[in-house]
Design a protein around this ligand. Structure first.
Ligand SMILES: O=c1ccn([C@@H]2O[C@H](COP(=O)(O)O)[C@@H](O)[C@H]2O)c(=O)[nH]1
Length: 240
């Protein structure tokens, strides 16, 4: 039996707020339109595991975007303690290398562990910024290199920009979990994002899930913005 496509399973709203009250006000304003919420560094430092528990108690799924990057032992230990928070997804930085990612993957085999996502090249970076940190390749080349490395280390999925998603999908196969920020509806402000695409084109290129922050959270009507993006997700999703 095939399960019915529901665009809510493919949209993660980034709760980039300085405190729990503002984050939960936004969540409340969306009603039941969205199922997944991302807690990043700003909100986690302010609200911690209690907010994750609160979101879970309301029936939502949580993506904890802490982008862990340290020596293997420290990252593996952090993955173990992060498991207690109850998030379903957790990020590490792929540029931490193979030993770090392998240790993280092993730590995430315990029951109740989140699925791990390796961040390849931040969507705010272009070739000039990569050159500035000593990487002469394009973001596309670097993202594919890091995604393959993460895959070989047993990491569940990858974060990349919409510009790389088609290549990663074809190289890593249908089972790879490709989670894509840098999403901007046509005409939306780019803010600090450099490698972007619309929700519809990111889905058509093979994205598993889209991460959207400001185009929803800073919209005059967050729920209207979220519904428009959900419609685009449906329009871009493969029909088979
Ligand atoms: O490469 C990356 C990795 C993570 N992010 C996060 O996604 C959201 C995007 O927010 P917008 O407001 O839609 O730009 C944000 O929380 C980032 O920390 C990313 O943008 N790029």
């Amino acid at each position: 039996m095939t399960s019915r496509f529901d665009p809510k399973d493919h949209l993660i709203v980034a709760l980039d707020f300085p405190d729990a009250r503002q984050a939960l006000d936004l969540v409340d304003s969306l009603g039941d339109a969205c199922q997944w919420f991302k807690v990043g560094l700003e909100l986690y430092f302010a609200a911690g595991n209690r907010l994750i528990e609160d979101l879970r108690n309301r029936g939502f799924d949580v993506f904890l975007d802490l982008k862990l990057h340290d020596i293997p032992n420290t990252v593996a230990s952090a993955v173990r303690t992060a498991t207690a928070a109850g998030a379903s997804l957790l990020t590490i930085h792929a540029c931490g290398g193979a030993a770090m990612m392998t240790a993280a993957a092993q730590a995430a085999t315990a029951p109740g562990s989140p699925r791990l996502l390796a961040v390849t090249v931040l969507t705010s970076m272009d070739s000039v910024e990569l050159a500035g940190i000593g990487i002469p390749d394009t973001p596309a080349v670097q993202a594919l290199r890091l995604a393959k490395l993460a895959h070989s280390c047993g990491i569940d999925g990858m974060v990349c920009s919409p510009e790389e998603v088609a290549t990663l999908r074809s190289e890593l196969g249908q089972d790879a979990l490709l989670v894509i920020p840098g999403i901007r509806p046509a005409g939306a402000a780019l803010n600090d994002q450099k490698r972007v695409a619309t929700p519809e084109s990111a889905m058509a290129a093979g994205a598993s899930m889209l991460v959207v922050g400001r185009p929803i959270t800073r919209a005059a009507s967050p729920i209207r913005a979220a519904r428009a993006i959900l419609d685009e997700i449906t329009a871009g999703a493969p029909t088979t």
